[in-house]
Design a protein around this ligand. Structure first.
Ligand code: GCB
Length: 636
């Protein structure tokens, strides 16, 4: 099976959305209050799943309309209880939390109070004290609502936040899905239905990322910042654009500071360029002894009237780097970059897709241990905190939108296209300033055999290309009819697994043919964006048999031999499927999930992890410069 995914690369954008989505950061003018912890929770198990709306559960405390249980936020709700029906629940679930808002945020009318949800899967409606403040369509990106006027209505009341989340996937969601009712009473219980999906991971649901309250000044504030960087010789360049919202006339000052806090450049005005002498470039991990160098851009807005001066301050980490693509190479800072990395999932025991710092830090330690310099956010945008870690550690990211499992012809209409574009827009708006993000992925394995005029994803690729204005290092998307819009071809293939299962000897010839054919067709560099084999840890057989640790090792070695020939020419990367085992729907090809991880779901290495570790460090030694601390492996 030869599967190709559709990629777009980097990186400035003209956005359709009319407001920014800066990550909430504390500063002299901004405060942040995290609302993570236990929320009251109830799944609407009524046959229509609509009882909550019919009875307006948001109007009073959730406990007043029925029983509630404790639900941690952030977390998927599926694996938290012992209730099998909640594990596979489809429909509306209701979350509620009462919050004590600092008095000053209420009494001071000059403060803008914003409620932000990092992500909730899939469709969300949010009320504050019974008043609807926002709704959002999409499961992997943040959304916000200004709530100051609502909480000021009754300053003495607690602030009650109710969030209803619905995980139903339709032909127009990303990813798509369908609901199928089984109406035969001789075979199924009354009202029985299933959610069909066409992708290979569990449709975890709930509030997956942090819920926050944060403040900015109200009269004016920094709404969005876009930076695009460049360099020539020793001089770095940070082109910036700041969008300011609010009524007051304000003065804008920008200061770029190095890691020690010294000012290295300054400017004023909403559009401009900062020049940095003796620039320290942002380099990927294992390409430089000091990877992930970040400057800090302080954006300072001030406005004064006769009585007082007020200000808004936002600090944005900035990595100065360039990305270019030729017909055979991927260049970061004009040097060839070879992706030796992993595909991941946001997935773990109990938490499902819920954000979890210990898991994230462990994963980064494992990636660095094995010498991975990159990963792809298969198959949806990951938490912003993960991208921040990538910026800091120099881990390069292919940033994927949730366009996965787009197989049904009915998902190829205008409504799907419009939603796809909005999601891409939200993704770029959120992630455009991360130096680690070097490529956008528009879709994984859509039905690309459809002719372009019927192919929503071809259209999405094209429209998206129109959206990203080519200020610098823009690359475009991939697969057959869309080739004009891409810079890098990414290919997923599972020779000797889904094809010719058990016959390792086909790998050299089939992989070679795959690369030669794609290169002959497009003359664009190619990444092997998935390859691998399901492996049950502890299962052994020699000679290797499928599902044993020996077989996974052998598949990898056969692939690696071909990569070593082709990387001298136009193959620019290899990303193993998958970093760790992950949960899927139940089915006859999955043994409690997909087992193609080189780590178990609990992050313990299978034998293949050591093969990759040996290889990735060898590749790094050939092409890069190891950081000074690699002399001290315990620091990994
Ligand atoms: C793929 C998909 C990925 C699956 C993988 C597999 O091509 O992109 O989502 O999990 O194959 O293991 O089948």
């Amino acid at each position: 099976m030869l599967r190709v995914l559709c990629l777009l690369a980097v990186v400035d954008s003209v956005l359709l959305l009319d407001s920014g989505m800066l990550f909430p950061r504390e500063s002299a003018s901004r405060e942040v209050k995290e609302l993570n912890g236990l929320w009251a929770f109830r799944a609407d198990i009524s046959p229509s799943r609509n009882q909550g709306f019919e009875e307006a559960w948001y109007k009073s405390r959730l406990i007043e309309s029925g029983p509630v249980i404790d639900m941690p936020v952030p977390a998927s709700y599926n694996d938290i209880t012992q209730d099998p029906s909640l594990r596979t629940f489809t429909g509306w679930v209701w979350y509620e939390r009462e919050v004590v808002v600092p008095t000053r945020w209420i009494t001071d009318e000059e403060i803008r109070v914003v409620l932000r949800v990092g992500s909730a899967h899939y469709y969300s409606v949010v009320w504050v004290n019974g008043v609807k403040v926002t709704e959002h369509n999409g499961g992997h990106l943040p959304f916000e609502a200004e709530i100051g006027s609502v909480i000021r209505k009754d300053p003495t009341a607690k602030c009650r936040i109710t969030i209803a989340v619905n995980n139903t996937l339709t032909l127009e969601t990303l990813p798509p899905g369908t609901i199928q009712y089984m109406n035969d009473p001789t075979r199924y219980p009354k009202g029985f239905f299933v959610q069909n999906i066409f992708f290979d991971f569990f449709n975890y649901a709930g509030i997956h990322r942090s819920v926050l309250l944060y403040t900015t000044p109200k009269a004016f504030y920094v709404d969005d910042i876009t930076v695009v960087t460049d360099f020539s010789d020793n001089a770095g360049l940070v082109n910036y654009k700041v969008s300011v919202k609010g009524s007051a006339a304000a003065t804008l000052k920008l200061t770029l500071m190095d890691k020690e806090g010294h000012c290295v450049a300054s400017s004023s005005g909403s559009v401009g360029a900062l020049k940095v002498a003796d620039v320290k470039l942002w380099w990927p991990y294992l390409m430089h002894e000091n990877p992930g160098y970040l400057y800090s851009l302080e954006v300072h807005l001030t406005a004064a009237n006769d009585k007082s001066t007020s200000e808004d301050v936002y600090l944005l980490p900035v990595g100065i780097r360039t990305v270019k693509v030729s017909s055979t190479q991927f260049l970061i800072n004009n040097k060839p970059f070879y992706f030796h990395g992993v595909n991941k999932h946001e997935d773990s025991d109990i938490r499902g897709k819920g954000f979890d710092w210990p898991l994230i830090v462990k994963d980064f330690n494992l990636m660095k241990w094995m010498g991975a310099n990159s990963f792809r956010t298969s198959h949806y945008p990951y938490a912003e905190e993960i991208l921040q870690m990538c910026d800091q550690h120099g881990i390069v990211v292919i940033d994927e939108c949730p366009g996965v499992g787009i197989k049904d012809i009915r998902s190829f209409g205008n409504a799907s296209l419009t939603h796809h574009l909005v999601v891409m827009d939200e993704l770029v708006r959120r992630d455009k300033n991360h130096p680690s993000v070097v490529m956008w992925s528009v879709a994984n394995e859509p039905a690309s055999e459809m002719p372009p005029e019927n192919n929503e994803h071809a259209m999405a690729s094209k429209h998206f290309q129109d959206l990203i204005s080519p200020l610098q290092h823009v690359a475009r998307c991939v697969f057959f009819p869309q080739a004009p819009y891409v810079d890098v071809v990414c290919v997923n293939s599972y020779f000797s697994w889904y094809h010719d299962p058990g016959y390792l000897e086909v790998i050299p010839i089939q992989l070679n043919t795959q690369f030669e054919d794609w290169y002959a067709k497009y003359q664009k560099p190619i990444i092997q964006s998935e390859y691998g084999a399901d492996t049950l840890p502890g299962l052994h057989n020699d000679p290797p048999l499928m599902f044993t640790e020996e077989y996974q090792q052998a598949v990898l070695q056969h692939y690696h031999n071909v990569f070593d020939q082709k990387r001298k020419h136009y193959v620019i990367g290899e990303l193993i499927w998958n970093f760790a085992d992950f949960m899927t729907v139940q089915g006859i090809t999955r043994v409690v999930g997909n087992k193609k991880g080189v780590f178990t779901r609990q992050r313990q290495p299978k034998a293949a992890a050591f093969i990759l570790k040996e290889r990735y460090w060898r590749l790094a030694n050939e092409t890069g410069k190891l950081p000074y601390w690699t002399k001290y492996p315990c620091s990994l």
